[in-house]
Design a protein around this ligand. Structure first.
Ligand code: THG
Length: 280
């Protein structure tokens, strides 16, 4: 299964056969006070620096989340998109819970983006899927619904099925739905990562869809987050994760290593190329 995204001139293919595509997570106000304060002043320079450093670290796409308390994201998200796409040329992932902000951003976007996200709640399905179809975008489906978040991987799979079925009924191609199995903090629930890993495997085996996750969520509240994130990333890739939202500066070496080990990197070309850019 292949999901194709586009920026002004570049095409990114997310394939269930790999290699893994990394969606840079860093344009996100979580614990980034400087991003909030600069955006509040209408200054986009720091955001563009975050974009540059992630692209230098080989991010294939960028997640754009500019939601923080008090912000008018119907104005800010399209402005952020406008600045990003005139500065760099990678497909974007629009990360907002507000369908109006997503739609406002879609009006200014070049190419084909990824909408982050829809979930199995009726309210979300009916607000987001029509926009996905109208603008010819792709969408991330979070496996939660009106009953909340289940800890049973089989039930998470059935929410994924419900989302993809609804999308297809509305005329959206199944390959344009990317499932998020929900990655949550393992400090809060010792089984959190196991449930996610099992869900990834089920979605991969039964639905054959591309799979993302907010991979750094799992280490909230713990020391040495980088080690935990790497371990979870590698296990997730083995089970079927194809396009994590993660910090490329910290995760890319492990991602390239996993692709090589899984036989998706002929003659280790990508691994070697990455090692050389790190040295230069
Ligand atoms: N699923 C989907 N989208 C998502 C998430 C998800 N978007 C948001 C989030 N979860 C993924 N993005 C992040 C971004 C930053 C961090 C975690 C997840 C993070 N930041 C560091 C911190 O909080 O300490 C700060 C920056 C750093 O040092 O890198 O952990 O689950 N579909």
């Amino acid at each position: 299964m292949k999901t194709i995204l586009r920026s002004r001139t570049k095409e990114v293919i997310i394939s269930t056969d790999g290699p893994v595509i990394v969606i840079g997570e860093c344009i996100n106000p979580t614990r980034r006070k400087k991003l909030v304060s600069t955006l509040q002043e209408g200054n986009y320079e720091f955001m563009l620096e975050l974009a540059d450093s992630q692209i230098k670290a080989m991010a294939d796409m960028l997640d754009v989340n500019v939601g923080f308390p008090g912000v008018d994201d119907v104005k800010l998200l399209p402005e952020a998109v406008r600045h990003l796409q005139s500065h760099c040329d990678v497909p974007l992932c629009l990360d907002s819970p507000n369908p109006r902000a997503i739609e406002a951003a879609l009006k200014v976007i070049d190419g084909k983006c990824l909408i982050n996200s829809v979930n199995g709640e009726e309210k979300s399905l009916s607000a987001i899927l029509p926009i996905v179809r109208e603008y010819g975008a792709a969408v991330i489906g979070l496996v939660m619904d009106d009953e909340g978040i289940t800890h049973d991987p089989l039930k998470r799979l059935s929410v994924a099925e419900k989302i993809v079925n609804r999308a297809v009924q509305m005329g959206i191609h199944e390959e344009d739905v990317i499932i998020d199995p929900l990655a949550m903090a393992v400090s809060a629930d010792p089984r959190a990562c196991v449930v996610t890993l099992e869900t990834i495997k089920l979605v991969h085996d039964k639905l054959g869809l591309n799979i993302t996750q907010g991979a750094s969520n799992i280490s909230f509240g713990l020391p040495d987050r980088e080690t935990l994130n790497i371990a979870h990333m590698v296990l997730s890739i083995y089970n079927g994760l194809t396009c994590p939202i993660a910090n490329p500066e910290k995760i890319m070496a492990a991602v390239r290593a996993a692709d090589l080990i899984l036989g998706r990197d002929d003659f280790a070309m990508r691994f070697i190329e990455f090692s050389q850019t790190k040295l230069s």
